[in-house]
Design a protein around this ligand. Structure first.
Ligand code: AMP
Length: 279
C-alpha cells in the first residue's frame, strides 16, 4: 500500500493504474463504519484508495479541530489489511497551498440543519471533496448515510459541476445498542455513552410512528423531541423531518423523507438520521 502526501504523487499513482478506482474519503480515527465503505469499494473496483485528512476548512473556530482524534499508524494498518492500494494523507499545505482562494459553496442544501449550526462547514467539505475527486479521478466515491446532509451537498455539487463520478452511499454502521459509530464517540464519558443510544431510539420511534401511518411531519418531529427529552444527559440541538434531497422541512411526508437530529452530551455533539419512505 502506497502512502502519499504530495498531489503529484497521487496523480502518478492514478496514472500507473489501469481499471476503475474507488475512493473513500475520511478524516481518520477509523472505525467499522469507515471500514464498511472500504470493503464495499474493494468489492466494486479494480483499485481502491482512501484519504485521511482532518480538513481544517470544515471546522469552525470554536469546534474540535485540534482535539479531533488522530491515529495515523493504526489507520494505515487497517487500510492495508483491507487491501487498499493507496492512501493520501496530506498535510494542510498539500491541500491548501499558499495563495489558495477557490471555494465551492452549494447554496440551499447547505443552509439548514448542520449548515445552520456550523457556518462554513459545507463550504469546507465541498471544496475538499472536489479537490479529492479532481486529484484521484475515481469512478466511484464512497460516503456514509450517517452524514446525510454531506451526501446531499456532494450529490448536488457533482450534478451541478458535471463531475464524472458515481457517489455511492453506504448504510450507517452502529454499535449493538444502536449508537451510530463515530470518531467523536471517543469523547463520551461512561454516563454519556450509556445515554447516547437515545438518539437512535428517537429516530426508531419516529420510524415506528411513520410505519403505523403517521404522515404529519410536525408530529414526527415532536416524537423525536419527546424521546430525546427523556434522557437528562442529552440536550437537543435540532430535530428535523425534511425532504430527503432538498432538506427543506416538510409539513407532511409524501415522498422520501430524512428524519435527522443533532444533540449534545456534555461537550460532545452527535448526529444521526433515518430515511422514511421512498425506496
Ligand atoms: P469522517 O471520517 O467522519 O469524515 O467519515 C468518513 C466517511 O465515513 C464519511 O462518508 C462518513 O459519512 C462515513 N461514516 C462515518 N461514520 C459512519 C458510520 N457509522 N457508518 C457508515 N459510514 C460512516
Amino acid at each position: 500500500m502506497k502512502v502519499l502526501t504530495a498531489v503529484s504523487d497521487v496523480r502518478a499513482f492514478r496514472a500507473s493504474r489501469e481499471g476503475s478506482l474507488g475512493l473513500v474519503p475520511t478524516m481518520g480515527a477509523l472505525h467499522a463504519g469507515h471500514l464498511s465503505l472500504v470493503a464495499r469499494a474493494r468489492r466494486e473496483n479494480v483499485n481502491v484508495a482512501a484519504s485521511i485528512f482532518v480538513n481544517p476548512a470544515q471546522f469552525g473556530p470554536a469546534e474540535d479541530f485540534a482535539a479531533y482524534p488522530r491515529a495515523l499508524d493504526a489507520d494505515l494498518g487497517l487500510l492495508a489489511s483491507l487491501g487498499v492500494d493507496a492512501v493520501w494523507a496530506p498535510s494542510p499545505g498539500d491541500v491548501y497551498p499558499p495563495g489558495f482562494q477557490t471555494w465551492i459553496t452549494v447554496d440551499d442544501v447547505s443552509a439548514p440543519l448542520e449548515g445552520a449550526r456550523r457556518p462554513g462547514h459545507f463550504r469546507g467539505v465541498a471544496t475538499v471533496v472536489a479537490k479529492l475527486l479532481n486529484v484521484f479521478q475515481p469512478a466511484r466515491a464512497y460516503f456514509g448515510q450517517k452524514d446525510a446532509q454531506q451526501v446531499a451537498v456532494i450529490r448536488r455539487m457533482v450534478q451541478d459541476l458535471s463531475i464524472p463520478v458515481d457517489i455511492v452511499v453506504c448504510p450507517t454502521a452502529r454499535e449493538k445498542d444502536g449508537l451510530a459509530l463515530s470518531s467523536r464517540n471517543a469523547y463520551l464519558g461512561p454516563d454519556e455513552r450509556r445515554a447516547a443510544p437515545v438518539l437512535h431510539r428517537a429516530l426508531e420511534a419516529a420510524r415506528a410512528a411513520f410505519d403505523s401511518g403517521e404522515r404529519d411531519a410536525g408530529r414526527l418531529r415532536a416524537i423525536l423531541t419527546e424521546t430525546l427529552a427523556g434522557e437528562p444527559l442529552v440536550r437537543e440541538d435540532y430535530v428535523s423531518v425534511a425532504d430527503a434531497s432538498t432538506l427543506a422541512e416538510l409539513e407532511r411526508v409524501e415522498g422520501a423523507a430524512l428524519a435527522s437530529l443533532a444533540a449534545r452530551l456534555g461537550k460532545t455533539r452527535l448526529i444521526d438520521n433515518v430515511v422514511l419512505g421512498g425506496t
